[in-house]
Design a protein. Structure first.
Length: 165
């Protein structure tokens, strides 16, 4: 009976080890295929980037060629006998008057509003955890947190230029 148990234990170990090897081989094959796919995607993105760069260079060269052609045509169209230097002034569409255009209103929450909201939430949670009376701690923590968050957010708005002093 002992021998039967020993043989069964040995057989189960052998079967377990051989199955594990097959699984490892399958996992390794999957890893290799994923690596190959990632590498091909990376190469493809590099090829696209280099093609875009080449296209940009080609367009820049065409622009320079067109500008050179236009300059040569303007030089050829100029009368050869006159040595006078002429300057042509082009009036801008604004009729020479400077008008201040109003700056577009920025959309979304300001940093002060975001700071107040985040500070109120964080302060309320902290107040609940610290004070034994939950409602009182939440109210006090929310008010203190909102004030602190507003002050920090307002300073950030001043730095970014959204609000002047």
């Amino acid at each position: 009976m002992k021998r039967v148990f020993i043989l069964l234990a040995f057989a189960s170990i052998v079967v377990a080890c051989s199955t594990n090897g097959k699984q490892e081989a399958n996992l390794q094959a999957q890893r290799d295929s994923l690596k190959a796919i990632k590498d091909s995607l990376r190469l493809d993105s590099f090829e696209r980037a280099s093609a875009a760069l080449e296209e940009e260079k080609r367009l820049e060269a065409e622009k320079k060629e067109i500008a050179a052609t236009a300059a040569a045509a303007a030089l050829a169209a100029r009368p050869k006998g006159s040595n006078t230097n002429t300057v042509h002034y082009v009036q801008s569409p604004s009729n020479g008057t400077a008008t201040a255009t109003p700056q577009a209103q920025k959309k979304g929450w300001s940093s002060a509003a975001k700071g107040a909201a985040i500070g109120a939430g964080a302060g309320a949670v902290t107040g609940i955890l610290v004070d034994k009376k939950d409602a009182r701690g939440a109210i006090i923590g929310g008010v203190v947190g909102a004030g602190t968050g507003y002050a920090i957010g307002r300073a950030n708005d001043r730095k970014t230029g959204r609000v002047q002093k």
